[in-house]
Design a protein around this ligand. Structure first.
Ligand code: GLN
Ligand code: ZN
Length: 768
């Protein structure tokens, strides 16, 4: 039996890589210094895994920005605009690389960054490869070989990780018409052969090919390619042990395909789909090894040794222990680095901490599982097993986690609790009377600029340098300024500005029971950006009202309507580490009920318009289409639980900041929000097509300008967009608003843009 790791976090336990990259980008340090930090992180990670007892230690899992971009550079898939960067002799491969990742504005060049998108259903984002017809590939960056050699020099024979050729192509995008990117395989494969050849010459034993698409819905053509690619690799490199890794989903209908690949080992994700094990064991050829992804690579919970050992034993019984590899479900890239750094008992109480394992701890779990499965346990190992089971059992029964009343309430949700009293057309009339809004009403998405000053106040408060009263005084001042200013420029539905919120999930998590936060639990989101998701460990309930005071304070400053501002249950769930001891849907319902209470309190406090943001509904979609319905069913229901406790007269808004609605438009309509605001300006209103062809009944605020750019939109442009919208949607259904919240913009940009926007709405009214 071997221990296997698919990948280790590369940001460094103290986010060393983030800091080093940002310093280099801002010109404060040299490239040499940055390279040095990278090297230290790699060596540290390898040594850690080696001393823990990992047999197959990954290399080339390190990246200065993104592993998919690394692969593009490796195979020379460099869009021609970026060649200008390398033409400058002072620039290095790393400058080219960062130029592709972040754009390049230097020395007279102005090149935008490559597109970025989400890595499957995680919160990690990768740089999308660009493909052209008849594209040729070359072995351009030698990173994979260099890092293998670097580890070898340090005394470790690693297992280089490459994104498999099929997944690599499927991850990308065609940039011209007339071909499918998968057809580039023929041109691409020779580069993989070259890489393997070099690795072979350097003494490689194992190579890992990540083929996450193997666990997704595949076309027949793609299936055929899988077979032929690995057949060719096998026949050219009989001496290298090839591991093909699937993850994030079960193999399902691809089991036979995966098992038929002529490779040495197959990795499966047994956390996401434990049930696939039986079928895989039936189809697995007699010589293929099986890498069992039993330790959860995407969540922070300690492994339950008893249950993993049962799975391992089942496999050993069937195929013997020599063909078994023990592993985490996927790369540990998606886990925070090291639980040992959480030393503040008042932030992460010991009772909860004992239930957790971060990347480093997971590495040790993998090794312990192998020992427990193969050795007669010595005292130390016995004790470790006992401790593990103790923690597992305490989590099952802890009063910190389990709240009877919350569970009962969740179970008893009645259908009346996810249904508004009246249909939309009836509500619409009642709302028209109460709210008294003009045609093309204007509003914003919630946040106003989070200035340096506000952040500074928050930091002072968190450090205890100013007290709550002083902090709140500063926030009140900002809120008042924002309200007065919105009044002045004549917006119709105002917002308080969200100055008191650091983050739209954290702000609520901090006030809800069942959440806990870490000090150092960072996970890479993209490039140098890291996120620190809250941990949902227990049953969720609201301690007390969370937003009423701020909303009411703002409402008292104006005669206009102030919109209450909440984060929706699916988004809170989606952007947290979620408990694995109950279905996600149950956790989501608990959050929904807490938000429902808040919505009702807002209404009782006289707030007539309430927005519940759900930007993450779409990203929660399962990877397999066959699972979409079930997910959408509970996700939409959770939103309805949160939003339907109000009178007909109270107007519910929701907000989503993306532009793909076609395939889920019916479900968006079923959310039954009175108004939805969406991102729209970058797609020039094209995305409204989905709403039109579906005859979307409720009101829509198609964002009229892009808040991600500092550019000030002109009134005429927005009139153009609104005119286009009003040609296809009845005018009394249209709202006027930006694409998203304004917290990342500065006040000057915000003020100019919103004045133009209000002007655009007024022109539209005149034209009617
Ligand atoms: N209300 C939030 C804001 O304006 C919405 C943010 C989002 O959609 N991501 O900041
Ligand atoms: Zn948004």
């Amino acid at each position: 039996m071997l221990t296997n790791n698919l990948g280790y976090p590369r940001i460094g336990s103290h986010r060393e890589l983030k800091k080093a990259c940002e310093q280099y980008w801002s010109g404060k340090t040299t490239q040499r210094e940055l390279l040095q930090v990278g090297k230290q992180i790699r060596l540290h990670n390898w040594q850690l895994q080696k001393s823990a007892g990992i047999d197959l230690i990954p290399s080339n899992d390190f990246s200065f920005y993104d592993q998919v971009l690394d692969m593009s550079l490796t195979v020379g898939a460099i869009p021609s605009v970026y060649n200008q960067i390398i033409l400058d002799r002072e620039n290095t491969e790393l400058d080219l690389y960062f130029g592709m990742a972040r754009g390049y504005q230097q020395k007279g060049l102005d090149i935008t960054a490559m597109e970025m998108t989400k890595w499957f259903d995680t919160n990690y984002h990768y740089i999308v490869p660009e493909f052209y017809k008849n594209q040729q590939f070359t072995f351009f960056s030698r990173k994979v070989v260099d890092e293998f050699y670097e580890a070898k020099q340090a005394g470790m024979l690693t297992k280089p990780v490459l994104i498999g050729p099929i997944s690599y192509l499927l991850l990308g995008k065609e940039k011209e018409a007339g071909f499918h990117r998968i057809e580039l395989l023929e041109n691409l494969l020779p580069v993989y052969f070259e890489i393997l050849n070099e690795l072979k010459n350097n003494g490689v034993e194992w190579v890992q090919f990540d083929e996450p698409f193997l666990a997704l819905d595949l076309s027949d053509k793609e299936k055929k390619y899988f077979k032929s690619v690995y057949k060719q690799i096998r026949s050219k490199f009989p001496g290298i042990q090839i591991l093909v890794a699937s993850y994030f989903e079960g193999l399902r209908d691809n089991i036979d395909l995966a098992c038929s690949l002529p490779v040495d080992a197959l990795h499966i994700d047994l956390v996401k789909d434990p049930a696939q094990l039986n079928d895989v064991l039936v189809s697995l050829p007699d010589t293929t090894k099986l890498s069992l992804g039993v330790v959860d690579g995407r969540n922070i919970w300690k492994n339950d040794y008893a249950s993993s050992l049962a799975q391992i034993q089942q496999v050993v019984d069937k195929i013997g222990d020599e063909r078994v590899l023990v592993a985490a479900s996927c790369s540990l890239l998606h886990s925070p680095c090291d639980l040992e750094l959480e030393t503040n008992d008042s932030i992460l109480v010991p009772e909860i901490k004992q239930w957790l394992a971060f990347a480093k701890q997971k590495v040790y779990e993998i090794v312990s599982l192998k020992k427990l499965a193969t050795e007669t346990a010595d005292e130390g190992l016995k004790k470790e097993f006992m401790n593990n089971q103790h923690a597992t059992n305490s989590r099952k029964t802890s009063s910190l986690i389990h709240d009877r009343a919350v569970k009962e309430r969740e179970k008893r949700v009645e259908s009346t609790e996810f249904q508004r009293a009246s249909r939309f057309d009836i509500r619409k009339e009642k709302q028209r009377e109460v709210l008294n809004l003009p045609l093309f009403p204007t509003t914003t998405i919630g946040s106003f600029p989070q200035t340096r000053d506000i952040r500074a106040q928050r930091a002072l408060f968190k450090k205890g340098h100013i007290n709550l009263e002083e902090y709140e005084r500063a926030l009140k001042l900002e809120t008042e300024k924002a309200i007065r200013w919105q009044d002045e420029i004549d917006l119709d539905v105002l917002v308080h500005g969200e100055f008191e919120r650091n983050d739209m999930v954290e702000y609520f998590g901090e006030q809800l029971n069942g959440f806990v936060f870490t000090k150092n639990g960072w996970v890479q989101s993209y490039g140098s950006r890291c996120v620190k998701p809250p941990i949902i460990y227990g049953d969720i309930s609201r301690q007390k009202p969370m937003t009423i005071a701020w909303t009411q304070y703002a409402q008292n400053l104006t005669n206009k309507l102030v919109k209450g501002m909440l984060t929706g249950p699916v988004t809170i769930l989606q952007w947290s580490f979620v408990r694995d001891d109950q279905p996600r849907s149950a956790t989501c319902n608990q959050i929904a009920l807490a938000i429902r209470d808040e919505v009702e309190d807002l209404e009782a406090a006289g707030i007539k318009v309430i927005q519940i943001d759900e930007p993450a509904i779409r990203e929660g979609l399962p990877l397999r289409k066959s699972k979409w319905q079930a997910y959408l069913h509970w996700a939409i229901k959770a939103f309805r639980i949160a939003s339907t406790g109000v009178k007909d007269e109270t107007q519910i808004h929701t907000h989503m900041c993306y532009s793909e609605f076609n395939d889920i438009i019916q479900h968006i309509a079923e959310m039954d929000a009175d108004v939805i605001t969406i991102e729209c300006s970058r797609s020039k209103m094209e995305l409204l097509d989905a709403f039109i062809s579906f005859a979307y009944p409720q009101q829509i605020g198609p964002g009229v300008y892009d808040i991600h750019s500092p550019r000030i939109p002109l009134k005429e442009e927005m009139v153009g967009l609104l005119t286009r919208a009003s040609e296809v949607i009845p005018s009394d259904q249209i709202w006027v608003n930006p694409d998203c919240g304004l917290k990342t913009r500065n006040w000057e940009e915000t003020q100019k843009a919103l004045v133009e926007m209000v002007g655009a709405a007024k022109s539209m009214r005149l034209a009617k």
